[in-house]
Design a protein around this ligand. Structure first.
Ligand code: ADP
Ligand code: ZN
Length: 525
């Protein structure tokens, strides 16, 4: 402690400049730091790349004693400690994978007051022996990074995080700062409750990521759509999220076959394999990672240029977190999602297996919000920000809807063609087959059914496969067709279809949004 006593207390501004080399604080940082210096608990909600680390690093360098940072990922700790040391800051980390001698060396330094920032894994910090050691030290602050891990609702849940309130009970007078990039209200509430934050100062930053362009594309043949997109990306870095491990392996393999520098990442792989992919991606040795949600926290890569959702995510939080990994450097980046309305039903069926009733209901509600986001035809960013209670009046000008507003047309004729086709085929067939009939495809299935003799066979051949898929989906959506899941998803006319067939009114449909249709129409036909 003698080392510190002669140094005059520095101001946050001076530390920012002298240690980190930055001129100004970002939105919110100054007040958060002031709260910590005042000994107040705080909850910091800032988007990815918003500058959370500085919020506890600056107080750590001003306050007397050691700041303990709890972080869920070893790789994250190592990175941060290395960066701090490069700036001349006395920082160290401790976790159970560190050799015994090295742990001892850190304890020595702690004892002599030679460490200002100590990064620890949650399971380590809760060990009796470790708590004992802490009680002999002068503690400045606890910083709980990725604090949303306390929440049962997200997929990042860590049981040890729930026990971190033991720190609060044991070291009542040490302020605690909880930090996260997850913005939804249930999670905020969970964090304050679980960590028992005492009248915390809460800072909610803007969650807008203006440099990310949001696009939701109707899903037709996603692999073809993906390949077309990637070919335009010229070796930029990106992540492709899929919902299942099997799909991840499958997509990664196809991309590799197509000559892309792509690797798979999911929880079914060994630690070494995953580590290899993550660090290869960080070093730009791997251009594209195809991953499940397991690829998440700890991706600090600034130059991720695109994030593609091959399937619809389970919640807006997940979508926001995952797309938020793009463009951390502030340069233009893209978030693309392939959306097939039929996936909504598929995901919903998956929730039926959740036994805990309350949990099932929460999951369903969160997914409903995601589904209506995907189906909406208004500015994507507005919906996202409103969801996080950040009301925004203006449309953004940087999403597919703003850049290419949807248009509608009188769809009576095409609807009649589609509906009659369903009717002539005796309401026994699914979407794909009806599209083939409409386009007059020459398949053995059609010939076996003698359907090439139908009067409606080929009545819509001037339109593409995607056009008809989009129209049929809209007819389902508008309640003119229903889909019988028990009968191989066969389409049936509803009562409401009658009025359209009789031309009783003009049916408005959205012009199908077929990006770059000329590029891949041929391959699909
Ligand atoms: P988060 O943890 O919120 O995702 P980081 O703490 O990693 O974000 O910060 C993101 C980047 O912004 C880092 O490179 C950091 O050094 C930089 N940064 C943070 N605060 C400032 C500031 N006041 N001025 C300039 N750069 C900053
Ligand atoms: Zn917009």
């Amino acid at each position: 402690n003698t080392a510190m006593s002669n140094t005059p207390v520095r101001s946050p501004q001076a530390v920012l400049k002298q240690v980190f080399g930055y001129k100004d604080f970002r939105d919110g940082q100054e007040a958060i730091i002031a709260a910590a210096l005042d000994g107040q608990d705080s909850l910091v909600l800032l988007p990815t790349g918003g500058g959370k680390s500085l919020c506890y690093q600056v107080p750590a360098l001003i306050l007397d004693g050691v700041t303990v940072v709890i972080s869920p990922l070893i790789s994250l700790m190592q990175d941060q400690v290395a960066q701090l040391r490069a700036l001349g800051v006395q920082a160290a980390y401790i976790n159970n994978s560190l050799p015994f001698e090295e742990q001892q060396a850190v304890y020595q330094q702690l004892h002599y007051g030679q460490i200002k920032l100590l990064y620890v894994a949650p399971e380590k910090v809760l060990q009796h022996e470790f708590l004992e050691r802490l009680s002999h030290l002068k503690l400045a602050l606890f910083a709980i990074d990725e604090a949303h891990c306390v929440s049962h609702w997200g997929h990042d849940f860590r049981p040890h995080y729930c026990r971190l309130n033991e720190l609060k009970q044991r070291f009542m007078h040490v302020p605690m700062m909880a930090l996260t990039a997850t913005a939804d209200k249930a999670t905020r509430y969970d964090i304050i409750e679980q960590l028992q934050l005492n009248h915390p100062y809460v800072h909610t930053g803007s969650f807008d990521r203006p440099n990310i362009r949001y696009t939701i594309e109707e899903k037709f043949k996603p692999m073809v759509q993906l390949l077309r997109y990637l070919k335009e990306q010229q070796n930029q870095s990106g992540i492709i999220y899929c919902t299942s491990r099997k799909r991840v392996d499958d997509v990664a393999e196809k991309l590799a076959d197509a000559g892309f520098n792509a690797a798979a990442y999911h929880a079914g792989m060994s630690n070494e394999q995953r580590q290899f992919v993550q660090s290869g991606f960080a070093r730009d040795d791997i251009q594209i990672v195809v991953a499940t949600v397991a690829f998440g926290m700890g991706i600090n890569k600034p130059n991720v240029r695109f994030v593609v959702h091959y399937d619809i995510p389970k919640s807006i939080e997940a979508y926001y977190q995952e797309t938020g990994r793009a463009g951390r450097d502030g340069l233009a980046a893209e978030a693309i999602m392939y959306f097939d309305p039929a996936d909504i039903g598929r995901v919903r069926r998956f929730f039926e297996d959740i036994e805990d009733e309350q949990r099932r209901r929460v999951e369903e509600q969160r997914f409903n919000a995601m589904a209506s986001f995907a189906e909406a035809q208004t500015c994507r960013r507005q919906i996202l920000l409103n969801y996080f209670s950040e009301y925004k009046r203006e449309t953004c000008g940087n999403c597919d809807i703003c850049l290419n507003p949807p248009t509608s047309f009188d769809g009576t004729l095409v609807a009649q063609q589609a509906l009659s086709c369903v009717y002539r085929a005796e309401q026994r067939f699914g979407i794909g087959y009806i599209v083939e009939l409409l386009r007059g495809a020459n398949t053995s299935r059609i010939r076996d059914n003698n359907h090439h003799q139908l009067s409606t066979y080929g009545i819509g051949k001037e339109h593409s496969v995607e056009f008809w898929l989009s129209i049929l989906r809209q007819l389902i959506h508008q309640g003119l067709l229903s889909q019988d899941i028990t009968q191989g998803s066969s389409l049936r006319l509803t009562e409401a279809a009658r009025a359209v067939l009789k031309s009783e009114y003009a049916l408005q449909l959205a012009e199908p949004r077929l990006q770059a249709k000329h590029v891949y129409q041929d391959k699909l036909a």
